[in-house]
Every structure is written in C-alpha cells, then in structure tokens.
Design a protein. Structure first.
Length: 295
C-alpha cells in the first residue's frame, strides 16, 4: 500500500509517518520542512493549494491522509480569507489532485470545532453543526466538499473529527497552542498554572498517538464514506487537568484562577461509540500517561 500524508511536518502528520513508514510506502508533503531526522527523505515541500504540484507526489498512491490545515482559531478570525484558502480551497485542490491521479481514498482530518456550542453531551456525529469560528466553518465546509466530491465524482472517503489532542510535538512557541502544552510550559517555567474561569469546564483529551492510530485504521478499513468522532469519550475538567500536570511536573507551582474567556464552551465531550463499532478503536494512553510524556 502507498499512502500520502499532507501536513506531514505537523504534530499529527509526523506521528502518522512514524506509524505508516513501518510497513508501507509513504510520502509526505508540507509547506515547511520536517524537524524529524527519520522523516527527512520522506517529506517534500509542496503546497496543497497547488494541485499541479500535488499530482507529482500522488503517483501510484492508494490513500491520501489530508491533515494540512490552517489550525489556529484566532488566526481564522484575524484572517478568514487565508483560513478559507488553506482549509477549503486547499482541500478541494487535494480532492481534484486525487481524482486526476486515480487515488482510491481520502481520509480528511476535520475537527470537533464543526459542532460549536454543544446542545447535548456527549457529542455524537449527528449533533448539529454550528461552528463558532471561521476555523470551525472552514473545517465544516471542507467536510461538505469531501462528501459532495465523493457523490459527484466518485472518491471513497473517511472524515475523522478529532477533539483536543496533544503531544510533545505540538509547537510550544505557538501562543495559541493547546491547554495541556500551555500548562506544561507554565509548570516547567516555575510559573503558576493559570486557569480561565472556575476550571469546571470539561474537554475531551486524546494523545496524538491515539489519534494517529485511529486515522491509520480509517485509512486501511473497508468501511467507507463515514464521518467519525476521534475522542476518548471522557470529560476532564480543567481543574483535574491542572492537577494531572502537577502530578507529573518536577516543579510544584500554584494554581491561579483568572477571568473566564469570553464565549468559552462549558462542556465538550465526544461520543466515541461509532469509531469503536466501525473501526474497533480504543484509545490506549490515559491522560496521566499522556501528561507525563510531556515532561
Ligand atoms: N491539534 C488539535 O487539537 C486538533 C484538534 C482537531 C483537529 N485538528 C486537525 O488536525 C490536523 C493536524 O493538526 P496538528 O495539530 O498536527 O497541526 P500542525 O499545525 O502541527 O500541522 C499542520 C501542518 O499543515 C501544514 N500546512 C499548512 N498549510 C499548508 C499548505 N497550504 N500546504 C501544505 N501543508 C500545509 C503546516 O505547515 C503544518 O505542518 C489539522 O487538520 C487540524 O485542523 C487538530
């Protein structure tokens, strides 16, 4: 089997390469170079918004895993056109390049951001889509392009909607990095862990290696044209998360509560039962193990 990964220099893309290169032929593309020595010869500089470049990397490819994206919610608000260009037009360009090169299947990495403020938890895949940011809108729109492209032009797909995932490979210098990366950075710097609001808001956290494992299952499965949550199914409050970080941290720091973030979602927990049923997916890493791996 030959697979192509877009966004291969990113957090999820790099774990996918680690996993897939063991038993498959694999090629990665990204607009920035990889930081991983083992991936140097596998990752090529290419922009998903240029289908004429992409086709040259899709020769004899059976499955494309499309991870490349503008990933920042804040940037999507500051530059909605740029977000749309990468996340929607970039996805359509990939779909067209796949069709032209006879790729059989595309796994699209979407996001739980498509749901917006939950009207019920846990969020199952039939929950209404009401994104609260342009990032969520562009991911939701790209999902529609994937589905309509498949219906009209014939290309098998799987849509995977990860909830909050984390790992040591997330960019710690990015001011918009996830809450676990931020808390770990605060603890390592000997600064108080700062929680916005009362900390009782819940999130569904998954280590990036578990996301990668599920995406690999989606790539190889005989199941097709399905949309699946990728989550633990467990809600963790931000207060519990801060305690987990302190359990693993070499530095013991204070926990500080500051004003709540405007428009913050109160509870976001996914329902993992569809992925469990269709892909036999079970996350392997507990939150404590995942947090410990960050130090
Ligand atoms: N990190 C999370 O918690 C999370 C949650 C839900 C969904 N997702 C989705 O998962 C996917 C991977 O996220 P990640 O955390 O690994 O992000 P990341 O930023 O580490 O990786 C994304 C990669 O895409 C590349 N890229 C951006 N624009 C490109 C372009 N035009 N052409 C080629 N490459 C381009 C970037 O250079 C980067 O290496 C994204 O689609 C993201 O929307 C992430």
């Amino acid at each position: 089997m030959k697979l192509a990964i877009t966004g291969a220099s990113g957090q999820l893309g790099s774990y996918l390469l680690d996993e897939l290169m063991k038993d498959n032929e694999v090629v990665g593309v990204d607009i920035r170079p990889t930081e991983h020595e083992a991936h140097r010869n596998l990752v090529h500089r290419a922009d998903v918004r240029t289908p004429w470049t992409m086709t040259s990397w899709l020769k004899d490819v059976d499955v494309v895993v499309h991870c490349a994206a503008q990933v920042s919610v804040v940037n999507s608000i500051l530059d909605p056109l740029g977000d749309l260009d990468t996340n929607v037009r970039g996805t359509l360009c990939m779909l067209q390049a796949c069709k032209e090169m006879g790729v059989g299947r595309l796994v699209y990495i979407s996001s739980a951001a498509v749901y917006g403020n939950p009207v019920r938890v846990p969020l199952d895949e039939s929950h209404p889509k009401r994104p609260m940011s342009f990032y969520g809108s562009s991911k939701a729109s790209a999902e529609d392009y994937v589905r309509v492209f498949s219906d009209t032009k014939g290309l098998d797909y799987m849509i995977v909607r990860p909830f909050n995932f984390f790992s040591k490979r997330a960019d710690p210098t990015n001011p918009y990095s996830g809450v676990i990366t931020k808390f770990v950075q605060m603890a390592l710097a000997g600064k108080p862990i700062t929680i916005e609001g009362d900390g009782e808001q819940t999130r569904d956290f998954l280590h990036a290696t578990d996301v990668s494992a599920m995406v690999c299952k989606a790539a190889f499965s005989s199941v097709k044209n399905e949309t699946l949550n990728c989550c633990s199914g467990k809600g963790t409050s931000i207060n519990e998360l801060a305690k987990a970080v302190l359990r693993a941290s070499p530095n013991q720091v204070d926990i500080l509560h500051v004003a709540p973030r405007l428009g913050d979602i109160r509870h976001s927990v996914g329902d993992v039962s569809k992925a469990r049923k269709l892909l036999d997916f079970e996350p392997k890493m507990s939150l404590d193990q995942g947090v410990a791996s960050m130090f």
